[in-house]
Design a protein around this ligand. Structure first.
Ligand code: GLY
Length: 575
């Protein structure tokens, strides 16, 4: 069974659809404690929700053949590299949070890392100024990729099918090709000039792609075939490693064969916390996702947000004040835990978080300058991707993976068939100077050889009454964390179905700049006016799409409901 979401942002262009969603939301608010009927795809046994139907289908085909959620993770991750090169990748990295059917939980960090030659000032000129573009475009921006190490680690520790069986449909997809969607044509058109500027006129993406064209990736198929034959070392020590290091260095980049040979994915203890009767399991540093979402939920817990009304002025106020305070801590304290001391005990202590809200009042907005720590300015991006998987046994996998920017550094290795990340820009190149997403980092996230750059990715799993309940995550740069928080709150506090919770309009605040951004439709002027009277600033110029959430809810009878985000081509597939 398939549920393909509406393409593009058509959701926001169709008044009838908006009216229906409002009606559903109002109904959801009114019967908050009544059982929620599903509105997304419902299946009996298993489900995969990802950014492309082809990837979800391949993940499900692996589950149908008797594979588990971890086998499906390997297949879906690599299928996204074929079907969704905008963010799916071999040349990037990511994070996985899992919950096994026996309740064991864990997390895998296959984030990129800085090369051995990296230094704190590598993106600065002789005057100490940031060199524009050096950490964002081309070979100099590339961090050591982690994705192949990640999928092999997952397969070795938790997979059940032979790797050949898992890679076979992915290689077949690369050879058969992927049909260009409306969204994909728009994205490729938007970035075509930049890709050509960085990768040259000989690049595969030089040719304009139109809706309905089929893009075949024979070089990627060959790379995957070599990896299937020779294993993980093919990418990190073999022929592929040699070609990749030479390719990057010929273009002025830093990654060497030694950098590739030294790369390891790392198992981490996830961030785990309770919110009412939920147990929330999310990604730990070097992602800021789990820590920040933990802070947000603990700050709002004493207030019954469910009684305030979904997306009501008061609910937005409460969440905004929690977002403001959590983001104020975020960049000051967080970085790679293998390099910096992160005071997690302090940051996640209930007393501390309750105390952070001491000066919150529904009467008026707190000013961000009154909330201490760092000087962080963060902008959103959708240039990452998330997928959620639940298998027949009840194993759950939540994965967010990225090249950082759209098509990463825009450097496409035609010989190997994939884009390379520009993840080095997620470090703070210079304290006080924003990166491509407006992030101003602190010392904790400064560049060091072999260090991992701070992330916002928030792959999350939620238990209710001790059982698996939600698998959720999204792209969206710094808005990832607030979008995941809103999706959980929509489902738990406002009793929306999984699909409604994903579709519901979202907003975002991140301490600095001190304003709220709203999605284009779905927030009435009266709500905004209410917030203005309380002293909140609203950014009227920027009303971006916030996140593309892909999630699964386990219904009380054990069936699965998908939430596939209509803001993209995202699709739930299951059986
Ligand atoms: N590159 C985006 C992130 O890791 O949050």
């Amino acid at each position: 069974m398939i549920n393909t979401s509406m393409s593009g942002h058509s959701l926001f262009r169709r008044p009838l659809t908006i009216a229906v969603i409002f009606l559903l939301l109002i109904t959801g608010v009114q019967c908050r404690r009544a059982p929620t009927s599903p509105t997304g795809l419902v299946t009996e046994k298993a489900m995969v929700v990802s950014a492309r139907e082809e990837a979800s289908e391949i993940g499900i085909s692996i589950l149908r053949e008797g594979g588990n959620a971890f086998d499906a993770m390997v297949a879906t991750e690599l299928a996204l590299a074929v079907a969704y090169p905008y963010a799916g990748n071999l040349g990037g990295g990511g994070f996985m949070v899992y919950r096994k059917s026996n309740g064991d939980v864990g997390a895998l960090d296959y984030r990129e890392k800085a090369p051995l030659s990296a230094t704190a000032d590598m993106y600065l000129d002789s005057l100490g100024n940031v060199i524009p573009g050096k950490s964002t475009k081309g070979a100099t921006a590339v961090g050591v990729p982690g994705t192949i190490a990640g999928v092999f680690e997952v397969h070795e520790k938790m997979g059940s099918l032979p790797l050949e069986k898992i890679l076979e449909p992915v290689i077949a997809l690369a050879e058969k090709g992927v049909v260009v969607t409306d969204n994909q044509e728009n994205r490729l058109e938007r970035y075509r000039e930049q890709i050509i500027e960085i990768s040259g006129e000989e690049t595969f993406f030089y040719t304009k792609c139109r809706v309905g064209d089929t893009l075949k990736y024979p070089s990627l198929a060959n790379t995957l075939r070599r990896i299937m034959k020779n294993g993980r070392d093919e990418f990190y020590k073999g022929e592929t490693a040699k070609r990749l290091a030479a390719f990057i260095q010929e273009r002025g980049g830093y990654i060497t064969e030694e950098d590739l040979a030294k790369y390891e994915a790392v198992w981490r203890q996830p961030i785990i916390f309770n919110y009412k009767d939920l147990r929330i399991i999310s990604m730990s540093p070097p992602s800021s996702g789990g820590v920040t979402i933990n802070q947000i939920f603990k700050m709002i817990e004493p207030y019954d947000i469910g009684d305030l009304g979904h997306n009501s002025g008061e609910a937005i106020q409460l969440l905004t004040e929690a977002f403001r305070r959590a983001y104020a801590d975020r960049n000051y304290y967080l970085g790679d835990p293998d390099f910096v001391e992160i005071p997690l005990d302090f940051l996640l202590k209930e007393d501390y978080l309750r105390q952070r809200m001491d000066d919150f009042t529904f009467k008026k907005a707190t000013r961000s300058e009154a909330v201490s720590h760092g000087t962080v300015e963060i902008l959103e991006s959708n240039e990452t991707t998330h997928y959620s998987i639940v298998d027949e046994m009840g194993n759950a996998v939540s994965v967010t993976t990225t090249l950082n920017g759209a098509y990463g550094s825009k450097l496409y290795c035609d010989e190997l068939g994939f884009f390379l990340n520009n993840e080095m820009d997620d470090f703070s190149s210079k304290p006080g100077v924003p990166n491509m997403f407006g992030l101003i980092g602190a010392e904790a996230n400064s560049i060091e050889a072999e260090k991992r750059m701070l992330s916002s990715m928030t792959p999350t799993i939620v238990e209710k009454d001790g059982a698996l309940w939600l698998v959720v995550g999204t792209p969206g740069g710094s808005t990832i964390i607030t979008a995941v928080a809103q999706t959980i709150i929509n489902t738990y506090e406002f009793n929306l179905s999984m699909q409604q919770a994903v579709e519901a309009p979202r907003f975002h605040h991140q301490w600095l700049p001190d304003y709220i951004i709203f999605e284009p439709d779905g927030f009435p002027e009266s709500t905004k006016e209410f917030l203005r009277t309380k002293g909140y600033e609203i950014n009227e110029e920027r009303t971006p799409v916030i996140g593309k959430v892909d999630a699964i809810r386990i219904l009380p009878d054990g069936r699965k409901e998908g939430g596939a985000d209509p803001r993209g081509d995202d699709t739930a597939v299951g059986y």
